[in-house]
Design a protein around this ligand. Structure first.
Ligand code: HPA
Ligand code: ZN
Length: 324
């Protein structure tokens, strides 16, 4: 089965590129940039990845990315991930990236864009892996700051496949970003948002109604609201579910408790994704394999889930036809 899952052409719709930073690369970039890490070894870093909730992960995630300073760093980060993903049978990667987390450290948007863009071209040329860019706003920062980021990204609007919304969800409802997402819509930029990971089902509704998103990232808490589930099913809203992430951030206690079987049974349009593979115990293949182990799904089920991702991906129709 693992061989089948590896060979299955997979599109990843929910990945934070900064969350693909493996401890080995963290150390080599720290050395290159003369940055001191609060860890003595790669093993110590991995041992620190024991999270109680989303916030305890975010604290280490923002600390880890402090080693990213130059365009070359962002290039190396993304290429390192593209190579690993390609070896796992991933053919398309949509990467969220967090400009505000870099701006706060004095790293300007052009540095990030240059490094990531160069890696995307190289991944396509050398690995045949296509990719998309999702500029994510940090929802625990003020909406005015998000608006400034979107305005200052004007030279890159054409390169953005979507804008997204991530970071600490509780107490930061989608409504807070209605004006920012309205502006993105006026610019013709598609929209996605994290909702219903730790936050309530109401945040999923708000993301649909106020942010006009085409996909919900996570969305697993929709099951608490049967009317919402029916709506998501009828409107064929894509959920980008991240099973290992949900276990590591204690959204669920263990894989066998994960609501994926119920979500599937409810007729929702699901995709499987890795979220932050360096922090949550593996990439796309590990997430697919964990579902097989926990739920015993058939090849047809996995093929269907992989197909959902290809159909929902931000890619040209030509590329989609070649992959479907
Ligand atoms: N949830 C919310 N924000 C994030 C995550 C996540 O899993 N990863 C990086 N930013
Ligand atoms: Zn995420």
């Amino acid at each position: 089965m693992r061989d089948f899952l590896r060979r299955l052409p997979k599109a990843e719709l929910h990945l934070h590129i900064e969350g693909s930073l493996e401890p080995e690369l963290m150390f080599s970039l720290a050395e290159r940039n003369g940055i001191r890490l609060p860890y003595g070894s790669v093993e110590e870093v991995r041992a620190a990845y024991d999270f109680a909730d989303l916030q305890s992960f975010l604290d280490l995630y923002y600390q880890g990315m402090s080693v990213l300073r130059t365009a070359e760093d962002f290039h190396d980060l993304a290429m390192d991930y593209f190579r690993r993903a390609s070896a796992e049978g991933v053919v398309h990667v949509e990467m969220h990236f967090d400009p505000q987390a870099h701006l706060a450290r004095g790293v300007e948007l052009p540095v990030v864009m240059e490094g990531l863009s160069r890696a995307r071209r190289q991944a396509w040329r050398e690995l045949g892996v296509s990719s998309a860019m999702i500029l994510a706003f940090l929802r625990d920062r003020p909406a005015e700051e998000a608006m400034q980021v979107l305005e200052s990204a004007a030279p890159y609007w054409e390169m953005l496949d979507a804008v997204g919304l991530d970071s600490a969800e509780q107490g930061n409802p989608p409504e807070k970003f209605a004006a920012v997402f309205r502006f993105a819509r006026e610019l013709g930029i598609p929209r996605v948002a994290h909702a219903g990971e730790e936050g309530p089902p109401a945040y999923i509704r708000e993301a649909l109604d106020l942010l006009d998103v085409c996909r919900i990232d996570h969305g697993v808490r929709c099951l608490e609201d049967p009317t919402l589930v029916a709506r998501l099913r009828d409107e064929r809203v894509v959920l980008t579910v991240c099973p290992l992430s949900n276990v590591r951030l204690r959204v669920v206690e263990r894989m066998s408790d994960h609501p994926l079987p119920q979500l599937l049974e409810a007729g929702l349009t699901l995709t499987l994704n890795s979220d932050d593979p360096a922090y949550f115990g593996g990439g796309m293949l590990e997430n697919f394999a964990a579902c097989h182990e926990a739920f015993g799904w058939s090849k047809e089920t996995f093929t269907g889930l992989a197909r959902n991702a290809l159909e929902a991906a931000f890619m040209s129709d030509e590329r989609r036809q070649a992959l479907l």
